[in-house]
Design a protein around this ligand. Structure first.
Ligand code: MN
Length: 312
């Protein structure tokens, strides 16, 4: 039995791709079970609820040598705690290659597309395997989520073509309306504690040499006013996370999905300096205007890598 899982602080792609890939492998004769590495966000909960599906179980502590398949991530900092002891047999991902190493030859499928699910659809086609309605809906949801329904600069022609195919397989006639319902569910944050809001879509990255660890959170929302109404609490939660996790800096980008803008919370002077130097951004009252840079993967992380590399 292979355990299939996406990254910590899972998003819709991390959950949907784990479910679909586990199903794909099982149908191909390799028994697999999907897991999650954290709590679902409100968008993913909506997607599963609409489908009448349960969330995959939390990944238990696996014994050394257990076979695993990674989807939607490859960096150890975003994976199972004891990843280095596990046997990675497969990786399907659309992120940059990080510190991945494998103990045995592995199946590795990386493509620079907007979503892991776009790659999974290709695997179904290459295997000449039909796509079941539920899997089509999961993959469609993941692509709409990761690409912000094609608003993100990570979107490729492959993602658009996949959505066309999947919408008809999933029986979704009005894709725009479905995407807006997903984004509305994601934006309905209620009284979620600030520390939890920070961690809902949050990844730790090493930058420079010797590596500094930076925590980069994103809140994608159709209602940025709500998030900025809680700015003081969020800044406090960011400072606490920086101390508790021994990080060099923490940033939280508030992405306005509909207007395609990014205003990023800056908790201290170290973060302010980096944001000014790396992005040439203006910082006013602990908010940096990052303009149209709405993709952490394509626009935030590469700029920070370039910045820190130039300083070492
Ligand atoms: Mn993804």
């Amino acid at each position: 039995m292979i355990a299939v899982f996406g990254h910590r602080n899972p998003d819709t792609d991390a959950i949907a791709s784990a479910l679909v890939y586990a199903h794909f492998l099982t149908r191909q004769g390799t028994e697999a079970q999907a897991y999650r590495l954290g709590e679902l966000n409100f968008e993913t909960s909506y997607v599963l609820r609409e489908l009448g599906l349960e969330a995959p179980p939390l990944l238990p502590e696996l014994p050394a040598g257990a076979e695993v398949a990674l989807v939607d991530h490859n960096e150890s900092a975003q994976s199972a705690g004891n990843l280095s002891e596990l046997t990675v047999t497969r990786v399907v991902d659309h992120h940059k290659l990080g510190d991945l190493s494998t103990q045995t030859p592995a199946y590795l499928r990386f493509e620079p597309v907007g979503c892991t699910a776009t790659i999974l659809l290709k695997l179904f086609r290459e295997a000449a395997l039909s796509v079941e309605r539920e899997d089509a809906r999961l993959m469609l949801s993941a692509i709409l989520s990761d690409t912000l329904h094609f608003r993100s600069p990570t979107t490729t022609a492959d993602d658009r073509a996949a959505v066309d195919v999947l919408a008809s397989l999933a029986g979704i006639e009005d894709v725009e309306a479905y995407a807006l319902a997903m984004f509305a569910a994601k934006s309905d944050l209620g009284d979620t504690p600030a520390s939890q809001l920070l961690k809902m879509d949050y990844k730790v990255f090493p930058f420079g040499e010797p590596a500094q660890q930076w925590g980069l959170g994103v809140i994608e929302t159709t209602n940025p006013g709500y998030v900025f109404g809680r700015q003081a609490e969020l800044l406090q939660a960011m400072t606490e996370a920086r101390e508790a996790e021994g990080l060099s800096g923490v940033l939280l980008s508030v992405v306005d999905i509909l207007n395609e803008t990014n205003r990023t919370l800056v908790p201290g002077p170290a973060e302010q300096q980096v944001v000014q130097d790396a992005f040439g951004a203006e910082v006013t009252a602990q908010v940096a205007d990052l303009g149209g840079r709405i993709s952490r993967k394509k626009q935030i992380v590469p700029a920070l890598e370039t910045y820190f590399a130039s300083r070492t």
